[in-house]
Design a protein around this ligand. Sequence first.
Ligand code: URA
Length: 302
Amino acid sequence: MDDPGFQRLQRLVRQHAETSRLLGVDFVPAFSRQAPASLHAQPTLLPPKTPTPVPPLTPEVPKQAQVAAPTRIDPLPKATPAGKPVEATPRTGGTKDRAKAQLALDELKARYEHEAPHKQFVTAHTRIVFGEGDPIARVVFVGEAPGEEEDRTGRPFVGRSGELLTKMLVAMGLAREQVYICNVMKTRPPDNATPTATEIAICEPYLREQIGIIAPEAIVTLGLPAARALLHTQESMTKMRGRWRTYELSPGVVVPLMPTFHPAYVLRNYTEETRGQVWSDLCDVVEKLGMPRPVRAKPANG
Ligand code: URA
C-alpha cells in the first residue's frame, strides 16, 4: 500500500505500540510482522499480567481521545503511614474520607468558578478544567495547563499527551481513576503558551488547596512549568528530573515530589533515553508508594 496517509497511520500505530512496550505495558494490540496492520483489522489483545480492571487501550486514531471516561474502580489501599511527622498524613481511605474530600473538592471548584482568578489574565478557554480522579488518591499528577482537547471536554490530559500519561499509569500498575490528575492552570492559555509567573502565582493557591484536600503521599509534576511552579524554583529540568523533592503544603507539612518530563515532551523527543528516564522516575514513585516495582518489557528484537 503506497498511500502516504496509510503509511503515516501505520507508523503512528507502531510508534504507540513501541511506547507502550517500553513503558512495560504488555497487553497492547499485537500485530503480525508479515501482514501489514490493517486500519480496520481487530487487534489481538493479550491478557494483562495483573487483574487490575484497567480499560483496554487501542491503537491511536489521530485527533480522537482514547482516554476512558471516569468509572468506578477500587481505590488503591493506603500504605502504612511512614511515620515521618513532616510528611502529610495519609488518609485511611474510608468511604467517609472519600466523600468528604470529594465534597471539599467540589466546593473548591465552585469557589474557583465564582472567583474566576483567570479573569485577571488573557485565556483562550471555553471550559474550566479543574481536575479529576480519586479525591483521596495516593499520588497526584500535575501538568501545566489544559490544551485544546482538555478545553473541549473539561477533563485534564485527554489529548495525545493524556493518552501517553494513561499508558504510563498502566505501566505503573495504576488506572487513571486511582490517581488524581490536574494542572497548575485551570484554563487554556492562548496558543497553548507557557503560563507566566504572574498567572501561576494567581492560580497556585487553588492548586495548593486542591492538593491539601487530597493529601497524597506523592506528587508527580509533568514538565518544567509544573515543577517550577510547585517548587518555586528556576532550576532546569536536567537538574530536577528524577530526584525527589518536597512540596510544602503548609508550614512544616511536606509531600514528596518527583519532577519528570511532560508526556508531550516525550512524544516530541521520542528516544529510548527519554522514555527510559521517565520510566525510571515512575518506578521511583511506585517504590515510594510501596507497590511492586513493575518489570519493563524487553525489546521484541532482543
Ligand atoms: N498538557 C497539560 O499540561 N495538561 C493537560 O491537561 C493536557 C496537556
